[in-house]
Design a protein around this ligand. Structure first.
Ligand code: GAR
Length: 200
């Protein structure tokens, strides 16, 4: 199975998945990194890991449709059948989502449906939550919304700093995301409405 990762920033989740593939934990081919941000550090990670990447800068396209057409052209060229969003900070159009229905996965650093959008860890911390966490889900037309594949909580203990919580969340992301991708690749996930059934 050929996989593409879409990322806009640092790329630690991209690297966690790339390494999980390299060590044979996920039996798939990481065919392409799609990045929309010329300044993103993830491009350097791809180079270091010798993974093919393409920069598709939204600012160079007059419409979202043209931008997505160029993405689709690249995905078809690489025969991609699974898309992993890893800090990709753009909402895909309903047409794009329909084309890859239940074949796009996202990770979000919160227990959805709480704290959608950006700065979710900070928002949960500042709200005074006693738990934060990570959600991996299929992508639908709404932001941080589709059927949930995996979800795990992190306790926010008294005296824990925001940066300490961020570290815990990212460590959990780097465990949960490769696991979710592995389950998809092995055909272990079935989507029934809003619910994802784990077959094994
Ligand atoms: C991750 O924490 C991911 O959960 C978050 O962006 C970060 C990317 O980090 N995604 C969202 O907030 C999506 N709404 P990374 O570039 O180091 O993988």
């Amino acid at each position: 199975m050929n996989i593409a990762v879409f990322a806009s920033g640092n790329g630690t989740n991209f690297e966690a998945i790339a390494k999980a593939i390299r060590r044979g934990y996920i039996k798939a081919n990481l065919a392409l990194l799609v990045c929309d941000n010329p300044a993103a550090f993830v491009i350097k990670r791809a180079k270091r890991l010798k993974i093919k990447s393409v920069l598709i800068d939204r600012n160079l396209f007059s419409t979202k449709n043209d931008f997505e057409k160029e993405i689709i052209r690249n995905l078809r060229k690489e025969k991609v059948s699974l898309i992993i969003l890893a800090g990709f900070m753009r909402l895909l159009s309903p047409g794009f989502v329909a084309l890859y229905r239940n074949k796009i996965i996202n990770i979000h650093p919160a227990i959805l449906p709480s704290f959608k959008g950006i700065d979710s860890i900070k928002k949960a911390y500042e709200y005074g939550c006693k738990v934060a966490g990570v959600t991996v889900h299929f992508v639908d037309e709404k932001t941080d919304h589709g059927p949930i594949i995996l979800q795990e909580a992190v306790k926010i203990k008294t005296g824990m700093s925001l940066s300490g919580l961020e570290r815990r969340i990212h460590r959990l992301e780097h465990k949960l995301y490769p696991l979710a991708v592995k389950l998809f690749v092995e055909g272990e996930l079935k989507v029934r409405g809003r619910r994802v059934i784990l077959l094994s």
